[in-house]
Unconditional design. Structure first.
Length: 279
């Protein structure tokens, strides 16, 4: 007599399509968990992206936009693509900076979002990659890929290791800020700027940032001449410099006076810097 089949003899039951989809959704959730805003790590992302310094980015783009000769029609709409592109490139650079400084921050700044474990290194890397792609996508709308792609390369090269070099590190940081200004000029010119004013403005901005970067090399060392708070104040001075460059674009009068709208960002930067370290 044949014994009755046991549970081991039965073929495995196929999972329902709903169960499979549910499992996939759970796996996808865990992949993006660090990106979901929540009280646990929302503040950590703002610290990673140096919230006060994000206020200094739109002025780069606006100054470049005003310094360039206006294209025929529609250029103001393109500014709405250029400013987010500049912010995303800056944010990507900050995420990469903390990724490549992870070992150093473990020793010297363990309270930062990555060494403290508030944000995973995988999430920071994914954020940088996403920011780069979206910024390039936006730059394509105003024919600025010829500026955006070299700018992305400058940001990556700086963080991969050149930042430690006494000359090339500050140079690349200055070039990255200059590139942000040229993004704004491209939005006005519908492509690579062909007049000297935007390039002069980019050079001024780049030299200033290169100098600040050089001064910030030893900011975390005891007794540093330029500690993080002082470097933060130097970065804050970018805002009046951007306003000055924008107002200097007298060929765009009265639109050049719009640059004065940047000045109220100064007290806001000061208040945010008290909570979110800008350096």
């Amino acid at each position: 007599m044949t014994p009755p089949p046991t549970s081991a003899d039965r073929p495995p039951r196929r999972e329902s399509r709903f169960a499979v989809l549910r499992q996939k959704a759970i796996e996808a959730y865990y992949l993006v968990e660090d990106f979901i805003p929540r009280p646990r790590n929302g503040s950590a992302w703002l610290r990673l992206l140096r919230l006060p310094n994000l206020l200094t980015v739109p002025g780069d783009v606006l100054a470049g936009f005003l310094l360039a000769p206006a294209a025929t029609g529609g250029d103001w709409a393109q500014l709405l693509f250029a400013i987010p592109a500049g912010l995303l490139l800056y944010g990507a650079g900050l995420a990469l900076n903390d990724l490549f400084d992870y070992a150093e921050d473990l020793r010297e700044r363990p309270e930062r979002p990555l060494p403290s474990g508030e944000i995973s290194r995988e999430a920071a890397a994914a954020a940088a990659l996403i920011f780069f792609w979206i910024a390039a996508f936006l730059a394509a709308f105003f024919n600025a890929l010829a500026i955006a792609i070299p700018l992305i390369l400058c940001v990556i090269l700086y963080n991969v290791g050149v930042k430690r070099h006494a000359v090339f590190g500050p140079f690349l940081m200055g070039a990255s800020r200059a590139g942000n200004l040229l993004l704004g000029a491209a939005a006005a010119s519908d492509g690579m700027p062909s007049t000297p004013l935007p390039w002069i403005g980019a050079a001024i901005l780049g030299i200033y940032i290169a100098a600040v970067t050089r001064l910030a090399r030893d900011e975390t060392q005891p007794g540093a001449a330029f500690p993080p708070a002082r470097i933060g104040r130097l970065l804050r001075l970018l805002i009046p410099l951007q306003a000055l460059l924008g107002v200097a674009a007298v060929h765009r009068f009265p639109a050049n006076l719009l640059a004065l709208a940047l000045l109220p960002l100064l007290p806001l930067h000061r208040r945010l810097a008290a909570r979110f370290p800008p350096s």
